[in-house]
Write a protein that binds this ligand. Structure first.
Ligand SMILES: NC(=O)c1ccc[n+]([C@@H]2O[C@H](COP(=O)([O-])OP(=O)(O)OC[C@H]3O[C@@H](n4cnc5c(N)ncnc54)[C@H](O)[C@@H]3O)[C@@H](O)[C@H]2O)c1
Length: 252
């Protein structure tokens, strides 16, 4: 499949959180193939180094910065160092998350904090860290990753779904707050995407059930999600902000 080329993305500085594996790796690769300067943050050292090596032939090649997004002070210093090294951020892809399963009865206050922190808090503080530079230049795009899970009410994910619902609200709020300075904030809502981590949850029968519930009978790949992100981050989407966009093959 050969995708679209967006001239406006060339040379843009794109930061991808959780860009070392799964859908995030798809963003890292797709933006790099557009000629963007991509820096990806992750805690998964091995996968991230492997991705860096696999994409080293691209020009400019994506750069991995180890960063634990659970530590807000560490994230802030990582992003300010990144700006010092590479210049102001043009596009932030708030992608990292963790969808560990739990039931209502299992959740403690500490686990609540842990799940909200890994799935919601860092997106807000990453946006805060890049917003000033974007506002000063009168442009910038923040792409948040939501999830279809809460729209469908999937089981055993209540904290993840709470956080993901919050991300859609945050998208609308920040789009309003930053829009006056030309900064766009959008949300992508993936359906079930075939990633190494997702494959641990699904049997072939489970996957077949998902495909049966989709209007389109194919499995989503990270590149399908990245294709939407490229458009939304490009200047072609210059008046698109404050909303969420599904890429789910019509799952319902
Ligand atoms: N895969 C799907 O089917 C699906 C469906 C709906 C929504 N999403 C959303 O898409 C995004 C990507 O999903 P995915 O399936 O690729 O997830 P994934 O779990 O496969 O990858 C997440 C990445 O984030 C990194 N990460 C996690 N915690 C981190 C931390 N504390 N600090 C730094 N990095 C950290 C991981 O190391 C990993 O590289 C997420 O926001 C997810 O909620 C995915």
């Amino acid at each position: 499949m050969s995708g679209a080329t967006y001239p406006s993305l060339k040379n843009r500085l794109v930061v991808v959180t959780g860009g070392g594996s799964g859908i995030g790796a798809g963003f890292t690769e797709a933006f790099a193939r557009q000629g963007a300067r991509v820096v990806f943050l992750d805690i998964a050292e091995t996968e991230s180094r492997e991705l860096e090596a696999a994409l080293a032939h691209l020009s400019p090649a994506p750069v991995f910065h180890p960063c634990d997004l659970m530590d807000v002070a560490g994230l802030q210093s990582c992003l300010s160092q990144l700006v010092a090294d590479h210049g102001p951020v043009d596009v932030l892809i708030n992608n990292a998350a963790n969808d560990d399963r739990h039931t209502l009865a299992q959740v403690t206050p500490d686990y609540w904090d842990d799940r909200i922190n890994v799935n919601l808090r860092h997106l807000y503080f990453a946006a805060q860290a890049v917003a000033a530079g974007m506002r000063a230049r009168g442009r910038g795009v923040i792409v948040n990753l939501g999830s279809i899970s809460w729209h469908l009410g999937l089981p055993d994910l209540s904290l993840y779904e709470t956080a993901k619902a919050g991300i859609e609200g945050m998208t609308r709020a920040l789009a309003r707050e930053l829009g006056g300075d030309g900064v766009r904030v959008v949300c992508i809502v993936p359906g079930n995407v075939q990633t190494p981590r997702q494959m641990q949850w699904y049997t072939p029968e489970g996957e077949a059930e998902i495909v049966a519930a989709q209007c389109l009978k194919d499995r989503l790949q990270p590149a399908d999600v990245a294709a939407l992100a490229l458009f939304l981050a490009s200047d072609d989407a210059r008046l698109i902000t404050g909303h969420s966009y599904f890429v789910d093959a019509g799952w319902r």
